[in-house]
Design a protein around this ligand. Structure first.
Ligand SMILES: *Cc1c(COP(=O)(O)O)cnc(C)c1O
Length: 475
């Protein structure tokens, strides 16, 4: 865009926004089974939007200038602590930031020269990101390939004298299963190491599922040995994006997450989060969503979610050629090709996408096969039969089409590429040669080929290709 010389009206701009959004996936209605969380209650999202806009221009940078921020944050963090075993919290922009702060606090508290953390392979990449940003190394722990849960004995064996943090997920995102938090926290405590529970996706979901009758083991700050916990409100809290809470059992550890600087001649800086200046809109959006739904609202959504997740798991198990991975306690469901291997799940995802449904591809990793992921939310119940129908039809179509046939030697070619030596236009040409047109406005490419290529690469090479992809996409 060239910055226009003259300004535009709001009407003109909103028409333009509508045009820009034309090819976006819908954020409401439940046909997109990742990224977005819809209550199915427009009035709740409306309340959040209005509160968000009301606080949009307030800056959370200085709580003495805007005391509304302090009061709202105390209420939101208090609600999360009430539900999840107490503690002292910080409102953050998302799960990644919550995890970043938990890792920083653990690192600073321990003061090791070469800090490392013990992380099951199913834990979210936010831990790798935090490790990368904060100079902590990751000691990965395999998971049980029948249940997809980490085992406490493996975690224990990975704890060294340099360990500053042990991680468990409730649940881990890929298969929606809960790590044995009690056992893992116990081995961490016995070694004198803090234990973070990543309840980013499950924190504001599992308690309602439990109340609705699901078997949910203890996972929160009330479990002995758990020292911090992350819980995203912009997932099953149904708040607008930019809303998460990190809780610390010990206020001294929360102080370890803070950052202060007086090392300049300007205003004094004291931040609880990574961001400094930031809008209070997301906080107000989360606050309003919690209040608009209340306990009853969340419990009702929890019941609907549990019913839908059960129906989905049972329904997928009946589709020829597919199998559900593990026995998730949450409402996150993943499924892979059955042992006959006749259905290519990446082709299935393209077929579903052509029918208007987004199912999230997950690449094979650490012994876990390639699969598709569905996040079941409160709104899914109304659409679960339609979703199952699309999955069955898409599976049948994928069986007929057969697995992606990659040109011979393509994976080896990509694996052997010296990406550093390629410029972005050459990379774009290469992508076009496998049917992926990265030029603007070309819409959604068939992703099965891309996913099959990525799936054939080791993780480091996948990462290099993904970085390139983003760089070309943004031009
Ligand atoms: C979503 C998620 C995160 C990261 O959250 P963002 O809000 O996307 O930064 C971390 N852990 C788990 C288990 C998640 O599902």
């Amino acid at each position: 865009m060239n910055l226009p010389v003259t300004g535009s009206t709001a009407e003109e701009l909103l028409a333009e926004v509508a045009r820009l959004k034309e090819h976006d996936l819908p954020v409401r209605g439940g046909q997109v089974t990742a990224y977005v969380y819809d209550t199915g209650r427009p009035e709740v999202h409306e309340a959040a939007t209005r509160a968000y806009v009301e606080m949009l221009e307030v800056n959370s940078l200085d709580p003495t200038a805007f005391p509304s921020v302090v009061e709202m944050e105390r209420q939101v963090v208090g609600a999360v602590a009430d539900l999840l075993g107490g503690g002292h919290g910080i409102f953050t922009s998302g799960g990644t930031e919550s995890i970043m702060l938990a890792v920083k606090a653990a690192r600073d508290l321990a003061g090791r020269e070469r800090p490392e953390m013990v992380v099951p392979v199913t834990a979210h990449p936010a831990f790798h990101k935090a490790a990368h940003y904060l100079g902590v190394s990751v000691r990965p722990v395999p998971v049980d390939l029948d249940t997809y849960r980490a085992r406490a004995a493996d975690v224990e064996a990975a704890i060294t004298a340099d360990a500053v943090l042990v991680v468990a997920s409730a649940p881990s995102y890929p298969q929606g299963v809960i790590d044995p938090v009690g056992e893992i926290a116990a081995v961490a405590a016995a070694a004198g190491v803090p234990c973070h529970v990543d309840a980013c996706v499950g924190g504001w979901l599992l308690p309602w599922l439990r109340e609705a009758g699901a078997g949910v083991p203890p996972f929160d700050l009330s479990v002995p040995g758990v020292t911090s916990l992350s819980c995203d409100l912009h997932k099953f809290g149904y708040a607008p994006k930019g809303a998460s809470v990190v809780l610390f059992a010990d206020p001294a550890m929360r102080r370890g997450a803070y950052f202060a600087s007086a090392a300049w001649p300007g205003y004094t800086v004291i931040n609880a989060t990574v961001q400094s200046s930031r809008s209070a809109g997301p906080l107000a959006g989360a606050w309003a969503t919690l209040r608009a739904l209340g306990r009853e609202g969340y419990l009702e959504l929890g019941r609907a979610t549990l019913e839908a997740a059960t129906a989905l798991r049972e329904g997928i198990a009946r589709v020829p050629g597919l199998r559900v991975l593990g026995e998730p306690e949450s409402s996150l469901v993943s499924f892979a090709a059955a042992d006959d291997g006749e259905v290519d799940v990446f082709v299935l995802a393209d077929e579903a996408r052509a029918r208007g449904w987004f199912l999230q591809p997950q690449l094979s990793y650490a012994g876990i096969p390639a699969n598709l992921h569905v996040t079941v939310t409160g709104v899914t119940r109304a659409g679960v039969d339609a979703m199952l129908k699309v999955i069955a039809e898409s599976a049948e179509a994928a069986r007929l089409r057969g697995p992606v046939a990659l040109p011979e030697g393509l994976v080896e070619l990509v694996a052997g590429l010296d990406l550093e030596a390629l410029d972005d236009p050459t990379f774009a040409e290469l992508a076009a040669s496998v049917g992926v047109d990265l030029r603007p406005g070309r819409g959604q490419p068939e992703m099965a080929v891309v996913n099959a290529v990525l799936d054939g690469l080791p993780a480091a090479q996948r990462e290099a290709v993904l970085v390139r992809f983003l760089s070309v996409l943004y031009g």
